[in-house]
Ligand binder design. Structure first.
Ligand code: LLP
Length: 440
């Protein structure tokens, strides 16, 4: 079993005090010490996933692991992934800057995205980023122009849309034909001709695709690898090039609830290598860029229970229990109908005799974290731990309702360290400005 198949961080236990602990840290104590909502990241689980990936792909020559930093990008997380030997997929000046400032060798970083700005391109060039994944005609022309101004030649991959429809939420599919990302296969010859004849400051190294996220079907990855390999062989033959890099993106799923059965990382490795070996062409270097499956399972979010309300729907009682966070720290349930599971930190061995709906504290009816979950009877002050919140929670968090973003702590061997400070009320107004005519 690999870590992405686990619902909870690997170090999750019930301790002597009768509370749930992660990384040897009592979650109730963490809630008291740092306040709630609180993001908690378990370092051993995170390093365990990295080991899973390295082990699974160890017989695959030329494999390069990149972490899709959009899943969770903070300086300490970047340090851990760097120590584990991962490179980084970045999509903004902010991600590039975070990775750069945390001391990463920038030749291991890729800059991806469908509308990179001049400022971002200039930043990426100034820190000597390893690769650009060029998404469209406009970008190719702009990148070439900026590279020419600076007198540099940039190594790129071409972002392709392989036309694969995989089984996941519509908003997180990316590889299908009707997509805002990448070149359609019928545009490839045009862009390559332009690069060869006109864009002299661009050097094509290979191709890049990403077919979607939270994928459970390995067949989609096999199809992707086959399409990309064939495309590389075709391009090389037709244009006399020697492209030898293939970035197959991320997308492996994780287990948010008991009913999710994502494949393990070994099975992914087998699917990818088998698809590669079905062709007699020279095997290119393969880049993987998982995000969710790297960081999701390591993360849990702690909330404190507050108010509750019972409604009578046609004689059936439904109980809402509100916590002190919700859609601003985890927008996934309201955006994608994502499902999560949870436990009560201070009541792990109590009978789960009540079905409750965990509501957030934000002013929207849709702010429901978990619908109808069986839990022990909840009282104000109880601490709830929602599992699998490492990916796309903090990275998509907002200040909706002018609420401060939570802190994040890293736990390991019974030690906890703040890796993101809780925002303060002053943080919320620090960038506000009152024009002179409105001042009191
Ligand atoms: N590479 C590229 C080019 C991507 O666009 C993405 C994710 C990844 C890699 C990483 O995919 P992963 O391994 O994390 O599935 N906010 C959504 C997920 C959006 C994913 C966007 N692209 C969510 O919360 O489910």
């Amino acid at each position: 079993m690999s870590v992405n198949q686990s619902l909870k961080p690997l170090t999750t236990e019930v301790n002597e005090a009768g509370n749930i602990s992660v990384g040897g840290c009592d979650l109730k104590e963490l809630a008291e010490k740092y306040g709630t909502p609180l993001y908690v990241i378990d370092e051993d689980t995170l390093r365990g996933v990295c080991r899973d990936y390295k082990e699974a792909f160890k017989d695959c020559p030329n494999i390069k692991m990149m972490y899709a930093s959009k899943a969770l990008c903070t300086s300490a997380i970047t340090r851990i992934l760097d120590e584990e030997g991962f490179g980084f997929d970045t999509v903004s000046a902010g991600e590039i800057y975070t990775v750069y400032k945390s001391g990463v060798d920038m030749s291991k970083v890729l800059f991806n995205g469908n509308n990179k700005t001049r400022r971002e391109i200039e930043l990426a060039l100034s820190v000597k980023i390893g690769r650009f994944s060029v998404d469209n005609f406009y970008e190719a022309e702009l990148l070439n122009k900026i590279a020419e101004e600076k007198g540099v030649k940039v190594d790129i991959l071409l972002r392709l849309t392989p036309g694969i429809e995989c089984h996941t939420h519509e908003y997180i599919q990316t590889g299908q034909i009707d997509s805002k990302f990448g070149f359609d296969l019928n545009q490839v010859d045009n862009i390559i001709t332009l690069i060869i004849n006109e864009y002299k400051n661009i050097n094509i190294k290979g191709v890049h695709a990403h077919i979607g996220s939270q994928i459970f079907e390995l067949k989609s990855f096999e199809d992707e690898v086959e399409i990309l390999i064939k495309e590389i062989a075709r391009i090389n033959k037709k244009f006399g090039l020697s492209l030898d890099e293939m970035n197959i993106g991320g997308g492996l799923g994780v287990k948010y609830t008991e009913k999710d059965c994502p494949p393990d990382v070994k099975a992914l490795a087998e699917a990818v290598t088998n698809a590669m070996h079905r062709h007699s062409v020279k095997i290119p270097a393969i880049y993987l860029e998982p995000g969710r499956s790297i960081i999701s399972t390591s993360g849990v979010t702690l909330y404190t229970v507050g108010s509750s309300k019972e409604v009578n729907i046609d004689g059936k009682i439904k109980r809402y229990v509100a916590v002190d966070g919700g859609m601003a720290d985890n927008p996934r349930p309201s955006m994608y109908q994502a499902e999560y599971t949870a436990d009560v930190v201070n009541k792990p061995n109590f009978q789960k005799n009540e079905k409750v709906t965990i509501a957030g504290r934000y002013c929207e009816s849709g702010d429901i974290l978990i619908n109808e979950i069986a839990l022990p009877n909840l009282e104000p002050g109880d601490i709830i731990c929602v599992y699998n919140t490492g990916a796309y929670n903090y990275s998509m968090a907002s200040n909706y309702n002018r609420v401060e973003k939570p802190a994040m702590v890293l736990v390991k061997s019974s030690q906890s360290d703040i890796i993101v400070n809780r925002e303060s009320l002053d943080d919320l107004i620090i960038r506000d400005n009152i024009p002179d005519r409105l001042r009191k």
